[in-house]
Every structure is written in structure tokens, then in C-alpha cells.
Design a protein around this ligand. Structure first.
Ligand SMILES: O=C(COP(=O)(O)O)[C@@H](O)[C@H](O)[C@H](O)COP(=O)(O)O
Length: 354
């Protein structure tokens, strides 16, 4: 099996009514954990690398980690996706590096902090879609800014995301604007703002429909039923793992993530890609703290990393199962990027927006 485009994966997911977690990767342990889970449950994979991942691992390491996964797990289709591209230049470099999918996040200016105008977002995203599709590569756009509907604060926690307070119209994607945006940009997938944010501190209590607007997902899906929707900031922040971090010397405050059942409801209404990073950080961190506290004589870091990997694998497998992606990998025959380009050229993949 080879590298697959995001578009082909999401088309398959839409046809068979399931969703795909897109896990962020920075190192070998994360890649192996995801691949072990996917292989065990026969799920297709989206591995995504952020700008933070590239500066942590370096572009060649990131690329070769994914290529190693393709070689080690030939039965699993893998999409190599660039998370939150800040500019067309960043996206082009990712395509050059072999990514089969890129996100152009034109909801923010290139500083990744200042909310951009709608016109800027359309123009930059359209530019990237034209270039990417010429290479058979898929494009995810974003409309609306991630942030908390509880506080009105934008989600700056992990170094990117708008800064300061935003009004509700910026924190919630408008269905009609979404239709116009997709028509003008030709994106393959659209990230929407519905009250989720990156990182561990998303909600101060179990989220109700007022602060986690799954009803808005339904409205957007009703308006553009043929467009693949993406939920960012969708870690569930499992309480057992945050408790473990705290039991072994950590200090994670009381917090709530996006409940898995709410994501599944989103998947019933057009969500096809679900971004998850924090859950793997939390699970691996909890497992490492526990192991190091309990085996104080150990000095072999591989034993610690193995525990981290096991913890992440269990989260990944649970998400593949819950989102309905288990059993789907073997059903997919990869279409090469050359052929994807031909499909774009013929207009076969143009968005259907009425
Ligand atoms: O939505 C995302 C993760 O959501 P999460 O925090 O897991 O709820 C990703 O798209 C983020 O972009 C990613 O976590 C950012 O990572 P770094 O920039 O810190 O590498």
C-alpha cells in the first residue's frame, strides 16, 4: 500500500459513514503507536505534522518516520497531512517534501495569531488548492477561529491560534459563508469552528450544546452535504489519564475535553476528519510518570517509551473503533497522486455546492 490522498480517504469515509481520527506526530513512538493500533483494527491512517512538529523533529526526520511507517505497515493506507499551514509557501514546501495533503489555514494571517479577513482566506486557500491539485495533493481549509464559547477567548494555548477575545461570529462558522467558501476555493475538506480549541483546557465543565455546538455541525452539513467537515481540537482529555499524571507528581487542573459520543454525533452529520493530539500527549505522559515512579531502579529509557507507546496505542484503537474506521483499511485500493491530479483536471472532484 502507498501514501494516499486525504481526499480519497474522506470520500471513502463519507461513502461508508465513518470518521477518521487525524493524529499529530512528532517522534517514532507516536508513529508506531498509531500504526500498531491501525494495524490491529484494520483502520486507514492520517498522520499529521504541525509546524511545531517540523521544528521539533526536523523535516527529514518527520518525512522518514512516515516513510518508515509505509514500509513497515504495507497493508495500511497512510495519508501524510500537513497541519495548519500558515502560508502558501509552507504548503508548497510540504508538497515538495512528499505530503499527500496540506492544510492552508487562512482563517489567520501568516503570524498564526491575527484573524484574517474572509477575502484573504479565500484568496490564499484558492491559490494553495490550485497548486496542490496540480500535484494530486488534497487541501483542507479553515473557516472561523477556534476558541472557547464559554469565555470568548481564542485558543492560543499551543503557540498558534488567534490571540485575545473574539466575538461569537468569529468563533462559529456560518453555514452560508461555508458554502460560498468551498465554492470559491475548491477545498477537499473544511475545518469548522464550533467551540472546540487545541490543548487540554477546552471546557470548565462537561460541555453542553451551548458551548460545544454540534447543532452548528448539523446546520453546516445540511447546507453543504457533499463537503467533508473537519473538527479540530477534538481530544477528549480522558480523566483516568489526567488523574494518573496527577497521582504521580503532575499538576493538571480540572478540565473537560470533547466527549467521544459528541464526536460520533458529528460524524453522523458530515464530520470525516477529527484532529487529536492532546490525548496522546496526556496518555503517554501519564504512563511515563507512572513507570518512572514505580521502577526507580530502571535506567533504560526504552522501557519508559514502550509504556508511552502502549498507552497511546490503546487511545488510538479506541478512537478507530468509536469512529467506525475499524475494518476499512483493507477495503481501500489506493489511487496514486498522478491519477488524483487527472481526476481534478477533469472536474470530477469539484465540490458540489448548490
Ligand atoms: O487540533 C489539533 C489538536 O487538537 P487537541 O489539542 O488534541 O484537542 C491539532 O490540529 C493542533 O494543530 C496540534 O495539536 C498542534 O500541535 P503543535 O503546534 O503543538 O505541534
Amino acid at each position: 500500500m502507498a501514501i494516499i490522498s486525504l481526499r480519497q480517504l474522506l470520500d471513502h469515509a463519507a461513502e461508508h459513514d465513518y470518521g477518521l481520527p487525524a493524529f499529530n506526530v512528532n517522534n517514532m513512538e507516536q508513529v508506531k503507536a498509531i500504526m500498531e493500533a491501525a494495524s490491529a483494527v484494520d483502520a486507514p491512517v492520517i498522520l499529521q505534522g504541525s509546524a511545531g512538529a517540523r521544528s521539533y523533529a526536523g523535516e527529514p526526520f518527520l518525512r522518514h518516520l512516515v516513510l518508515a511507517a509505509v514500509e513497515m505497515y504495507p497493508h495500511i493506507p497512510i495519508c501524510m497531512h500537513q497541519d495548519h499551514g500558515a502560508s502558501p509557501a509552507v504548503c508548497i514546501r510540504a508538497i515538495q517534501s512528499g505530503f499527500s495533503s496540506v492544510m492552508m489555514d487562512g482563517s489567520l494571517l501568516e503570524d498564526m495569531k491575527t484573524p484574517a479577513s474572509y477575502e484573504y482566506n479565500v484568496e490564499t486557500t484558492r491559490k494553495v488548492a490550485d497548486m496542490a491539485h496540480a500535484c494530486g495533493v488534497s487541501v483542507e481549509g479553515e473557516l472561523g477561529c477556534l476558541g472557547s464559547l464559554e469565555t470568548g477567548m481564542a485558543g492560543e494555548e499551543d503557540g498558534h491560534g488567534a490571540a485575545g477575545e473574539l466575538d461569537h461570529s468569529q468563533l462559529l462558522t456560518d453555514p452560508d459563508e461555508a458554502a460560498d467558501f468551498v465554492k470559491k476555493t475548491n477545498v477537499d475538506a473544511l475545518a469548522i469552528a464550533i467551540g472546540t480549541s487545541h490543548g487540554a483546557y477546552k471546557f470548565t465543565r462537561k460541555p453542553t450544546g451551548k458551548v460545544l455546538r454540534i447543532d452548528r455541525v448539523k446546520e453546516i452539513h445540511a447546507r453543504i452535504p457533499n463537503v467533508h467537515l473537519v473538527m479540530h481540537g477534538s481530544s477528549s482529555v480522558p480523566e483516568d489519564w489526567t488523574a494518573m499524571i496527577n497521582e504521580f507528581g503532575g499538576d493538571i487542573g480540572q478540565t473537560y475535553g470533547v466527549p467521544v459520543e459528541e464526536i460520533v454525533e458529528g460524524i453522523r452529520h458530515g464530520v470525516r476528519k477529527v484532529n487529536i493530539d492532546t490525548d496522546l500527549r496526556i496518555a503517554s505522559y501519564g504512563a511515563m510518570r507512572k513507570f518512572m515512579a514505580e521502577d526507580r531502579k530502571n535506567f533504560d529509557p526504552r522501557k519508559v517509551y514502550k509504556e508511552a507507546q502502549k498507552a497511546m496505542t490503546s487511545i488510538c484503537a479506541a478512537r478507530y473503533e468509536a469512529f467506525g474506521a475499524a475494518g476499512q483499511a483493507s477495503q481501500i485500493k489506493v489511487i496514486g497522486l498522478e491519477d488524483m491530479n487527472k481526476r481534478y483536471s477533469k472536474g470530477e472532484l469539484d465540490p458540489v455546492v448548490t
